[in-house]
Design a protein around this ligand. Sequence first.
Ligand SMILES: [Zn+2]
Ligand SMILES: [Zn+2]
Ligand SMILES: [Zn+2]
Length: 241
Amino acid sequence: MVDPSVPPSMEPFPLSEELEDAGPGANGSGAGSEQFPTLSPPKTVSFQAEESILYISEDEAKDAFIQFATNKCCYRTAPAKHMVVRSLAVMNTYRYQLQTFTESRSTLPASEPYRGGFVDSPETAVPPGPWDVAVNPPPLFADCEMHLPVPHTYRVQGCPSCSGAGWTSCGTCGGCGMRTCIFCGGSGRCANGDDLYSHCLHCNGSGWIRCFSCHGEGQVPCARCDMKGLLLFHSEMTITW
Ligand SMILES: [Zn+2]
Ligand SMILES: [Zn+2]
Ligand SMILES: [Zn+2]
C-alpha cells in the first residue's frame, strides 16, 4: 500500500496509518491517536489506493461499530447489533491531536548545613538568569521535572532555627528539662495495691520526671544545621516541561 512514488523513508505517515486502522476495533480504541507525527509532512495517497483500502464488507462495518460501542462505557451495543445497513459510502476522515509543549522555570531558596569549604557566592561570578542556565530538554511532549542549583548563588548565614547556637529548645518539655509524671499525672501519689494514695515511686512524690527527649537538658541538637550553627543557602531552580 506504500505509494511507489514516495521513497520508503518519506512514506505518508498520517493518512496511511489511518487507513490501515480502518478495520474492526480501530475507531474506538484510540491506540492510533497516541502516535504523533513530528517530522514527516503529510503526503497525499493516490485515490486508487485509498479506495481499495477503504472498502470493507457489511459484516466488517457492523463488527467495527459494535467494537466501538463496547469500548465506550456509556454506550449500548444493541443498536449496533440490530441495525440494518442500507448502504456503505466511502469517505475520508481525518483524525488529529493537538498537543502543547512548554517549559517553565522557577527558583526557590534552599539550604543545607555548612561544613566549611569554598562558597560559590555572587562575588565569585555574576549568577546566571533563569533562562541562561543550559540544560538538556527531555524528548518532545514528555512530562518531566528537573531540580538543579543555580551557580554563584551560594551564601553562608546563621541558622535561623537555632539562631546560630546549634541547639534548639526541647519541644517535649518546653525547654525546662522536666515533664509531668505520666504515672501519677503530676499528683505525686498513685494507686499501689489497696493504698490508693501511696507515694509515687517514679517521680519520688514530686509529680515531675526528667524529660526523655532531651535527657533533662532542656535543649536538643538543631537538626536543620546539624549543630553547625551555619547554613549554606543557594537558589534551587525547578524546570517543568
Ligand atoms: Zn525536653
Ligand atoms: Zn509520679
Ligand atoms: Zn540550627
